[in-house]
Write a protein that binds this ligand. Sequence first.
Ligand code: AMP
Length: 174
Amino acid sequence: MIDLATFIRDVPDFPEPGIIFKDITPLLADSEAFTAALGAMAAPFDGVEVDVVVGIEARGFIFAAPLAQRFGAGFVPVRKPGKLPWQVNGHEYSLEYGTDRLEAHSDAIHPGDKVLVVDDVLATGGTGAAAVALVRELGGEVAGFSVLIELGFLGGRSKLPEVDVHTVVHYGAD
Ligand code: AMP
């Protein structure tokens, strides 16, 4: 079994002091590790009905697109404000300082669609919770949230109480 953690590089103080950035580019650059990561992110949802895979900008896209192909599902990008060209729905969420916002095209998800949300890192959970809220606002049913890395010491899962959250590489408690 390949140890995916060995392909994730810790970069201290990026993008700002005090943050240890989880750099996944070594994992992406290794065909075997990338394939294993995708397999592990998909496995908990094998046999689950998935109509749409939502990827969260930007690194979520890298995993969400191949997972959509694997599930025979569509791919929908959830993006930072002002990036999507058509009509959008948006959801604000709190950061440590201030707020941010995620947007999706208003017609990207149809009522009743079973949606798998995908991202690279689950940290405080604000991003994932906002994406889940946006999917629900558009009428989608959240089939789950699949994430490569979980920073358990930040307790992000507590912001996703009714979501089937699966993560592959864990750091710290939770
Ligand atoms: P959060 O909303 O705190 O769960 O943060 C999750 C989002 O921020 C994800 O989209 C990640 O790409 C990014 N992120 C947060 N913390 C880190 C980290 N330590 N290393 C890399 N990306 C991170």
